[in-house]
Design a protein around this ligand. Structure first.
Ligand SMILES: [Fe+2]
Ligand SMILES: [Fe+2]
Length: 194
């Protein structure tokens, strides 16, 4: 499936979302062919998650003031696959299905954060466990490896470190995308460094 050319039956994949994701990938130096390869893996391993109502809901909640939880999730999933392919190219075995499921579900627990959590700090500590529980309850095919990776994805802010390569890849992708998303806000403010 071509991310650029083919339409899909995911209700959240509007023209605007597609354009922003393609722009994001180019800005981060990822070629369209690599985006297509990653999107194909997302569809193959994560179709039920991508088609779910809760995933569509993620495109309605703002995240990092510039994006939505849904778009941040796509950033993280595409980056996680980029890292996973790099490991594979070096001969290191990666469970792509777990990487996809972990990345797609890692922030579902953030949805409704203002109603669920007292403040941002509480959200920071508790949303990984909420996301892991949503993944386990809504998508029973999600592996235990992916479940654990989701539950630990805020390490080192939360004290339990990842114990699998999937967990490490998710943390790496999430931190990297969060930094780039926040950098986008700073750039848009036209701040001149002192
Ligand atoms: Fe998170
Ligand atoms: Fe995240």
């Amino acid at each position: 499936m071509s991310f650029l050319k083919d339409s899909s039956d995911f209700k959240w994949l509007t023209g605007e979302v597609k354009d922003r994701i393609i722009k994001w990938q180019f800005a981060n130096g990822v070629k369209m062919t690599d985006t297509d390869r990653a999107f194909s893996d997302l569809c193959f391993y994560g179709e039920d998650i991508l088609k779910s109502d809760i995933f569509a809901l993620a495109f309605e909640q703002v995240h990092h003031n510039i994006s939505t939880v849904g778009e941040h999730t796509l950033h993280v999933a595409l980056k996680a696959l980029d890292i996973a392919y790099d490991f594979q190219n070096k001969g290191i075995s990666v469970n792509i299905e777990s990487v996809v499921c972990a990345a797609l579900c890692h922030d579902l627990g953030i949805l409704g954060r203002h109603e669920k959590f007292k403040n941002n700090l509480v959200c920071c500590f508790l949303h990984p466990r909420h996301s892991a529980d949503i993944a386990r309850d809504s998508f029973p095919f999600v592996s235990y490896e992916a479940y654990k990776a989701i539950a630990c994805h805020m390490f080192p802010a939360t004290p339990i470190p990842p114990t699998t390569l999937t967990g490490l890849i998710l943390i790496w992708a999430d931190k990297s995308c969060s930094v780039n998303e926040v950098r986008g806000i700073i750039d848009s403010l036209d701040v001149v460094p002192a």
